[in-house]
Design a protein around this ligand. Structure first.
Ligand code: IPD
Ligand code: CA
Ligand code: CA
Ligand code: CA
Length: 262
């Protein structure tokens, strides 16, 4: 295991342990950001501060991009992409799908990803070109699943204008697939594709830190992750499934894209 991968795993475990220990005594300090759905707790911030402190203590010249703390510049060519709690609403309510997500980029390419799904005791890891693992066991996504038999995870962004349209998209997708799941954590959803717990995932409006680590886990499990028209995963659309299903879902979602002309 590379030193970068090991540091990512150690830090994701330490932040996860802190969050589990502190959650029961969490104060009522819950703030909202872009909308009433978009919550942030004091522990989102504490988790990111811990992660930043540990990374910079070990590697002071690295860059960090985190959801709560933004961009920290650096000179080493290594950048850490951090979501200190992915699935904050689940965390707040005591639901099990939330994770600490850390990706490592070298010269702009993600080379390692760690997603610690803390309440489940599940550590998803991936290394570029080497594979993806759950608690050390190799992962393969489901293959050769036709659209009508696909279990599809999705999520909804925090903008309430966007949500109304996302509801219309779900109404169009639901009759064409086996069923839909809304787990509440993009990182966990992508790891579920890697583990074969769902067949596909799509979401509009997510951010890089949501999918950076788990996207590598999914890709290294054999899944394709991308956006519309051959683009990489992005805020417009992040879609993930085994290659054949990816194409079918892409073609279903593309004309439903509310922002295709913007
Ligand atoms: C959110 C989760 C959720 C997704 C949202 C994300 P957060 O991240 O990944 O599943 O639907 O789009 O913003 O705010 O809990 O880190
Ligand atoms: Ca958030
Ligand atoms: Ca997130
Ligand atoms: Ca978050």
């Amino acid at each position: 295991m590379s030193d970068l991968q090991k540091l990512a795993e150690d830090v994701a475990r330490e932040a996860g342990a802190m969050l589990l220990a502190e959650r029961p005594s969490m104060s009522a300090s819950v703030e909202t950001k872009s909308s009433p759905t978009d919550v942030v707790t004091a522990l989102d911030k504490a988790s990111e501060e811990l992660i930043r402190a540990r990374i910079l203590a070990a590697r002071p010249d690295d860059m960090i991009l985190g959801e709560e703390g933004g961009d920290t510049p650096g000179t080493s060519g290594v950048r850490w992409v951090v979501d200190p709690i992915d699935g904050t609403v689940n965390f707040l309510y005591g639901l099990a799908d939330w994770a600490v997500s850390i990706a490592v980029e070298v010269d702009g390419q993600i080379v390692a990803g760690v997603v610690n799904v803390v309440p489940r005791g599940e550590l998803f890891t991936a290394a570029l070109g080497e594979g993806a693992w759950l608690n050390g066991s190799r992962l393969r996504c489901n293959e050769d699943v036709p659209l009508e038999r696909a279990l599809v995870a999705t999520g909804f962004g925090y903008s309430h204008t966007r949500r109304a349209v996302q509801g219309e998209v779900v109404a169009a997708v639901l009759p064409r697939v086996r069923d839909i799941r809304r787990g509440g954590s993009c990182a966990t959803d992508l790891c579920s594709v890697a583990a074969g717990r769902v067949d596909a995932y799509y979401e509009r409006g997510i951010n890089y830190w949501d999918y950076a680590a788990a996207g590598l886990v999914a890709a290294e499990s054999g899944a394709r992750i991308g956006g519309l028209h051959g683009k990489g995963p992005n805020t417009e659309l992040t879609l993930c499934a085994a290659p054949g299903l990816f194409e079918e879902l892409h073609d279903l979602l593309e004309p439903l894209d509310p922002e295709r002309d913007s």
